[in-house]
Design a protein around this ligand. Structure first.
Ligand code: UD1
Ligand code: CA
Length: 477
């Protein structure tokens, strides 16, 4: 909503160019830098998602080092496909940031505002970029800048009076320029038409013999196009990832921010520094989350849900009043699919429980320690409290599933269903060889291996009869 409102103030189409051709040597990784993950998403995905928030008309990603891998990763990215098509343009060899953006220009229309971003700067906020676009207003060159006490390595914003004259790169700067603390963030918004003419005039006569994008400032000044600096104070928004240390720092910054947002909504976090959300976490009122929990994909927690310490929960909906005890692992399949996990109202799960894709638990279900549930539906009030496996099963209301019991659902080639009707009592250590149906209200004696359906209300026992020999003398050596 906010995005739409702001965009309507600048009636220009926005096209986003993302530079991602650089090598990322300091990551010391085979994986291209922009594919490293922050909060469960590739760095480049963050930038693409921000472009989506801007309602960008088009996104052009400039690839170079690891281009094939980067392009392949995004070809299969559902999220990217869902927003808009991404255009990849190769930059080979990499002759500088100006040269990088030059490669994108043929793909861009003349009537838009081009926003230049970097694939390794993941946490720029969309509202910051909207303000930058507003500052560009279709006829100015707008630079995102920031003051750094230590500006080493950055391009300095050189002014005459108030007016921006140039960006001077570290390696080209004289002593006076080096003392400037206002730096260029690497992000600009610029009318496409002007950008095209300026890029055509770039040279590489500088200390690094590179084609600098930042040279366009001089051309703007020469052409009488106003250059505006939009200065922010939040360094996280312009921080790039060059090393594992910086990646971890930004991960923490992201998680801290998210934890603050959750607490502002009323979520009680035992320790905001020990929460990791790698996706979307939705919380109703009075949710509490103990330390060291990881949420992945889409997780929704209903009113009053309590999550114990050290739980990992992915792609699950947990209904009001349910309690997930410590060390529980919930691993749902894709959100919105039948493989996503559902935990009903007031259910008690764990400690040490494992819910796998397709676990659908009704209200007041109890799943205890070392119980694994996969692709199974348990109706209201069903219980499996200890050391058990339920796979490909449909379990009726109030069923009690004994310790150590399993569904033998796999014959080596095919999976088969187990149906346990309402009010059945399965003793301990039973094997239910699927396909099989245990009739309603039936009882299965402990230690039974059942291969045939049982009728409602029956007691079924399928095990060796007990033999006791009185006064047995054990063999002696
Ligand atoms: C650039 C700016 C500098 C600014 C800094 C902010 C230039 C000349 N300088 O510095 O003013 O303060 O960013 O971080 O633009 N890339 C390519 N192709 C290339 C070169 C770079 O795609 O040929 C990509 C990199 O992968 C990276 C981004 O462009 O994502 C910035 O490159 P980097 O080398 O970090 O920028 P600097 O030149 O250090
Ligand atoms: Ca840099």
């Amino acid at each position: 909503m906010n995005n739409q409102k702001n965009l309507s103030q600048t009636p220009f189409p926005v096209d986003v160019v993302i530079m991602a051709a650089g090598k990322g040597t300091r990551m010391k990784s085979k994986l291209p830098k922009v594919l490293h993950q922050l909060a469960g998403r590739a760095l480049l995905q963050h930038v693409v998602d921000t472009a989506a928030e801007l309602l960008a008309r088009q996104v052009v990603v400039i690839t170079g080092h690891g281009a094939i891998e980067v392009e392949a990763a995004f070809a299969t990215s559902v999220r990217a496909a869902a927003t808009f098509g991404i255009n990849f343009v190769r930059q080979e060899p990499q002759l500088g940031t100006g040269h990088a953006v030059q490669q994108a220009m043929p793909a861009l229309q003349d009537d838009g505002i081009v926003v230049v971003l970097s694939g390794d700067v993941p946490l720029t906020r969309a509202d910051t970029l909207q303000a930058l676009i507003a500052a560009c207003a279709g006829d100015k060159l707008a630079l995102l800048t920031i003051d750094f006490a230590n500006p080493t390595g950055y391009g300095r914003i050189e002014r005459e009076g108030d007016a921006v004259q140039a960006i001077v790169e570290q390696k080209d700067a004289n002593a006076a320029q080096l003392a400037i603390t206002e730096v260029y963030s690497g992000i600009m918004a610029v009318p496409a038409k002007q950008l095209k003419t300026w890029l055509a005039r770039l040279d590489n006569e500088n200390a690094q013999a590179e084609f600098y994008l930042t040279q366009v400032v001089k051309f703007a000044v020469a052409d009488g196009v106003p250059v505006v600096a939009y200065k922010i104070t939040d360094a996280v928004q312009v921080a790039g990832v060059n090393s594992p240390v910086q990646l971890a720092e930004l991960e923490r910054a992201y998680q801290r921010d998210l934890a603050m947002q959750l607490m502002e909504q009323g979520v009680r976090l035992a320790d905001p520094a020990r929460l990791d959300v790698r996706g979307k976490l939705q919380c109703a009122q009075d949710v509490s989350i103990d330390v060291n929990c990881v949420f992945e994909g889409q997780v929704s927690l209903g009113e009053g849900v309590r999550i114990g310490a050290n739980c990992v929960i992915a792609n699950a909906t947990i209904a009001a009043g349910a309690v997930i005890h410590p060390f529980t692992h919930i691993e749902g399949g894709p959100p919105g699919s039948k493989a996503a996990v559902w935990v009903g109202e007031g259910a008690l799960i764990g400690p040490f429980a494992r819910l796998r894709p397709g676990a659908h638990l009704g209200a007041d279900v109890h799943i205890g320690n070392f119980v694994e549930v996969k692709n199974s539906t348990l109706a209201k009030g069903a219980k499996a409290n200890h050391l058990a496996y339920l796979g490909d099963a449909v379990v009726g209301e109030r069923v009690n599933y004994g310790a150590g019991s399993i569904t033998a659902n796999y014959d080596g080639a095919f999976k088969h269903r187990t149906t346990i009707e309402a009010d059945v009592h399965i003793g301990s250590n039973c094997v239910l060889v699927a396909p099989i149906t245990i009739g309603a209200g039936g009882t299965v004696g402990g230690g039974s291996t059942l291969t045939k359906d049982t009728s409602p209300g029956a007691l079924s026992v399928a095990r060796g009869k007990q033999i006791s020999i009185a006064n047995w003398t054990r063999p002696k050596k």
